[in-house]
Design a protein around this ligand. Structure first.
Ligand SMILES: Nc1ncnc2c1ncn2[C@@H]1O[C@H](COP(=O)(O)OP(=O)(O)O)[C@@H](O)[C@H]1O
Ligand SMILES: Cc1ncc(COP(=O)(O)O)c(N)n1
Length: 274
C-alpha cells in the first residue's frame, strides 16, 4: 500500500481542498494522510470564513506522519500564510520524495486562499523543493509577474519556475479562452515539453478541479508511475471527473471523483510535442 500526504486547507463543502484530495487518493487506491493548514467555511457558492491553524500545530501534524509512515509522495494546496509555508518547506526539505506544489491562491468565487505577503515565501522557500508545480493561468501570472497571451509567454513563465529549481511545470489551461479544448502545457527541466488536449466540457461544476488534478498526480507518482505517464493519467482523471460532474449545491458544483474508476477506458487525451 502506497502512502501519500496532502498538505492543504479543509473545504467544508467537500469538493476541493483536503476532502477532494482524500477522495481522489481513495479512488486511486493509495492510502491518504493529511496535514490541515486552515479550515474554510465553504460551499459551492463561496467561502464564508477562513481559520488558519497555528504553525506549531501544522508542524505537529507533519511530524506525526513522518515519524510513523514511509510517505511515497506529497502535495501542497492552500497554505495561506508565509509562516505556514516556511514551516512546511523546512520539514519537507529534510525528506527526499516527489513533491507536487499546487499554488492555490484564489477560490473560484474570488476569495483569497493565500495572503498577498505569502507569495514571496512560496517562491523562495517552497517552489525550489517542488518536483512539479501546477499553476493555473492567473496563478502562473501572479507568481512570475508575466502576462500570458501566447504560447511564447507560457514558455517564458515556465522558464521562470524552472529557474527556481522546479523540475517540471504544468500550466493548466482551464482559464484559457479556448472554447473547444482544455489544454494544459507541460515543461521539463531538460527542455522537453508537450501539451495535453481534451474536449472542454460546458459546465459550471468545476469546484476543486485544480485540487483533484494535483491529488491524482500525487497518487500516480506515489504508486511509482514515471512522471510523464502520471501527468497524462491525472489529466484523464480530471477530464472524467468534470465530464461526469455532480450537480450538487446551488453554485459551482464539485467534480465526480468516482468517474475515473467507472470510465477510464473511455478517455482519450491528445498529446502534442511543443
Ligand atoms: N471545462 C473544462 N473541461 C475540461 N477540462 C477542464 C475544464 N476546466 C478545467 N479543466 C481542466 O481541469 C484542470 C484544472 O484546471 P484549471 O481549472 O485551470 O485549474 P484551477 O482549478 O486550479 O483553476 C486542468 O487539467 C484543466 O485543463
Ligand atoms: C480549501 C480549498 N482549497 C483549494 C481551493 C481551490 O479550489 P479549486 O481547485 O477549484 O481551484 C478551495 N476552493 N478551497
Amino acid at each position: 500500500m502506497h502512502i501519500v500526504t496532502t498538505i492543504a486547507g479543509s473545504d467544508s463543502g467537500g469538493g476541493a481542498g483536503i476532502q477532494a484530495d482524500l477522495k481522489t487518493f481513495q479512488e486511486l487506491e493509495v492510502f491518504g494522510t493529511s496535514v490541515i493548514t486552515a479550515l474554510t467555511a465553504q460551499n459551492t457558492t463561496g467561502v464564508t470564513g477562513v481559520f488558519p491553524i497555528d504553525i506549531s500545530f501544522v508542524e505537529k501534524q507533519f511530524q506525526a506522519l513522518v515519524e510513523d509512515f514511509p510517505i511515497a509522495a506529497m502535495k501542497t494546496g492552500m497554505l495561506y500564510s508565509s509562516g505556514i509555508i516556511q514551516a512546511i518547506a523546512r520539514m519537507i526539505g529534510e525528506l527526499n520524495i516527489p513533491l507536487i506544489v499546487d499554488p492555490v491562491m484564489i477560490a473560484k468565487g474570488g476569495e483569497s486562499l493565500l495572503q498577498q505577503e505569502a507569495i514571496e515565501a512560496l517562491c523562495s522557500s517552497l517552489l525550489p523543493l517542488a518536483t512539479i508545480v501546477t499553476p493555473n493561468i492567473p496563478e502562473a501570472e501572479a507568481l512570475t509577474g508575466r502576462t500570458i497571451r501566447h504560447f511564447e509567454d507560457m514558455k517564458q513563465v515556465a522558464q521562470s519556475f524552472l529557474q527556481l529549481g522546479v523540475q517540471c511545470v504544468i500550466v493548466k489551461g482551464g482559464h484559457l479562452a479556448e472554447p473547444l479544448y482544455a489544454i494544459d502545457y507541460v515543461f521539463f527541466k531538460n527542455g522537453q515539453s508537450f501539451s495535453m488536449q481534451s474536449p472542454r466540457i460546458q459546465t459550471k461544476n468545476t469546484h476543486g478541479t485544480g485540487c483533484t488534478f494535483s491529488a491524482a498526480l500525487t497518487a500516480f507518482l506515489g504508486r511509482g508511475l514515471a512522471m510523464e505517464e502520471a501527468i497524462i493519467e491525472a489529466k484523464k482523471f480530471i477530464q472524467l471527473a468534470i465530464m461526469h460532474d455532480l450537480a450538487i449545491g446551488n453554485g459551482h458544483g464539485p467534480t465526480n471523483h468516482f468517474a475515473y474508476q467507472q470510465h477510464k477506458e473511455a478517455c482519450e487525451v491528445i498529446i502534442h510535442e511543443t
